[in-house]
Ligand binder design. Structure first.
Ligand code: ADP
Ligand code: MG
Length: 216
């Protein structure tokens, strides 16, 4: 039954380091699968490297985690974030790296964490991304998917996934105000933001990983 009412009491599912490792491994596979689409989106309003960038980064993350799996959920996210920062050249490397590293730090040393704690931690990560890149919701960046995703995660993994997907789709009519796409001015209108699209992918994989553990 997973999270929610179970025989009249609340059953809360919590997650260990292995859960975060499985999520990041699934994300690496998803990024690999969708790399061409992400690069295509980036070719419309950027420099056609988003899929390539993330494939390189997440492959390196999966390799690192397989070789030296950290002991706590927080340490998994910090290690993954560092790896993204050191392997991805584009803007998305430091931004996703900051998201994961900051979220990992927020989780501290806890061996098991709950969904609400994850939402809180990703909230801190998203705030750090906004601070680093100076972008807000509506600027046509990954934040358009990440901010609603974190809000959704306070309710459920499924809500986070749906909100991220909706946020990514909502970038289409926007004019980019941050990042490379902003150089295009009005010509950035009518295209889905690559970073918001990859963010939706990551939250879709989080929901899948949670579902396979019986959490909603
Ligand atoms: P680059 O733009 O350096 O080529 P990528 O192509 O890998 O890097 O990533 C582009 C994505 O990064 C954009 O689609 C956008 O979502 C995100 N991005 C760029 N600049 C910012 C920023 N200042 N704040 C948040 N996200 C940003
Ligand atoms: Mg690019």
């Amino acid at each position: 039954m997973g999270e929610g009412e179970g025989e009249g009491r609340m059953v809360s599912v919590d997650f260990g380091a292995d859960f975060l490792v499985r999520w990041l491994e699934a994300s690496a596979r998803a990024v690999e699968r969708e790399a061409d689409r992400l690069t295509e989106l980036d070719s419309a309003i950027g420099d056609a490297d988003h899929g390539v960038n993330l494939k390189r980064g997440f492959t390196a993350v999966a390799e690192l985690l397989a070789k030296e799996p950290p002991a706590t959920p927080g340490a998994v996210l910090v290690a993954a974030g560092r790896q993204l920062i050191s392997t991805v050249g584009g803007a998305s490397g430091p931004l996703y790296g900051t998201l994961l590293r900051r979220a990992g730090k927020a989780l501290g040393e806890d061996e098991r964490v709950g969904r609400e704690q994850l939402a809180e931690a990703f909230g801190a990560g998203v705030a750090a991304v906004s601070q680093l890149g100076g972008a807000q919701v509506g600027d046509k960046t990954m934040l358009d998917a990440l901010v609603p995703a974190v809000e959704g995660l306070r309710s459920s993994f499924g809500a986070a996934r749906a909100a991220a997907e909706e946020g990514a789709l909502a970038t289409v009519p926007l004019q980019a105000r941050k990042g490379r796409a902003s150089y295009l001015g009005e010509r950035s209108i009518g295209h889905q933001d690559p970073g918001a699209t990859s963010s939706a992918l990551l939250f879709a994989e989080l929901a899948e990983t949670a579902r396979s553990e019986g959490a909603a």
